[in-house]
Design a protein around this ligand. Structure first.
Ligand SMILES: Nc1ncnc2c1ncn2[C@@H]1O[C@H](COP(=O)(O)OP(=O)(O)OP(=O)(O)O)[C@@H](O)[C@H]1O
Ligand SMILES: [Mg+2]
Length: 254
């Protein structure tokens, strides 16, 4: 039985430089896993490979029993067409450091845009669900505001609601709070913590170790493109981490 999300020996090169080097990670359904490591370790690249913004040079990624980017056709593996790939990508929600909301649309319009435009959901249904999602991230009272009228932390929470509106199988977060002023960080982290209790599967790149320890089930520590250590998040302390390099990293950031 394979895991819900299974990365097997994935490798990504830029020219001759290997930035993700034979990485294997297995994540069970409903698990929250945080991805840690120094700058340049390859964390963002791993997320970008999972949601097919980057093409892997080697290895395979299987989500919920389906290989990403490829399918078996008459006994041979064939690359997916752009359309098939877009369908797979829809099942993966991604929240970046920058929020990328549509500036000319209200908060509510931002959240319903893809469900209505891409999934062809009925508008009234999409609106009702958008209100629920906005409530979940504490922002339903801002439904009619425009992104420029919101703080960075509020915009990031709208970005989370917008991703959830597509009913993703998997949520990926790449340093969701690192562009925020310190006083805005906790609301966003709280929204993600709340999300973790809903049973969705999540991979979170973060430098907030306290948050990682609290919200995630497991950590994966990467360095120079490779997985160095993985373990239960309770072990995210200088004393408890097993690998010397993980301990060195934690001693710098904690
Ligand atoms: N498009 C690209 N072309 C060439 N090299 C790249 C490209 N994107 C990333 N890299 C290189 O790949 C390596 C891994 O980058 P990546 O962004 O995945 O690191 P990271 O772990 O997310 O770091 P950070 O914590 O700073 O965000 C880095 O050395 C980076 O310079
Ligand atoms: Mg990064």
């Amino acid at each position: 039985m394979s895991a819900f999300l299974e990365l097997t020996g994935i490798t990504k090169k830029y020219g001759d430089t290997v930035v993700v080097d034979d990485v294997s990670i297995a994540i069970e359904k409903g698990e929250t896993v945080c991805l840690l490591g120094p700058s340049g370790a390859g964390k963002s690249t791993v997320l970008r490979c999972i949601n097919m913004l980057e093409r892997i040079d080697n290895g395979r990624i299987v989500l919920d029993g389906e290989e990403l980017g490829w399918r078996l056709h008459r006994g041979a593996m064939r690359e997916l067409s752009g359309r098939e790939e877009a369908r797979q990508r829809q099942e993966i929600g991604m929240v970046f450091q920058s929020f990328n909301l549509f500036a000319h649309l209200t908060v509510l319009e931002n959240v319903i845009e893809a469900p209505v435009g891409v999934l062809k959901r009925k508008k009234a249904e999409a609106i009702a669900e958008a209100h629920e999602l906005l409530q979940q991230v504490g922002l339903d009272h801002k439904a009619d505001a425009y992104p420029a009228q919101l703080s960075g932390g509020q915009q990031q929470r709208v970005a989370i609601a917008r991703a959830l509106a597509m009913h993703p199988k998997l949520m990926l977060f790449d340093e969701p709070t690192s562009a925020l002023d310190p006083e805005l960080v906790s609301d966003v982290l709280d929204a993600i913590k709340q999300l973790a209790t809903t049973g969705i599967t999540m991979v979170i790149v973060t430098h907030e170790i306290g948050f990682a320890r609290e919200v995630s089930d497991r950590f994966v520590f990467m360095e120079a493109g490779r997985v160095v250590e993985t373990g239960p998040s309770a072990r995210l302390s200088v004393e408890a981490a097993e690998n010397e390099r993980t301990r060195g990293f934690l001693s710098k950031v904690l």
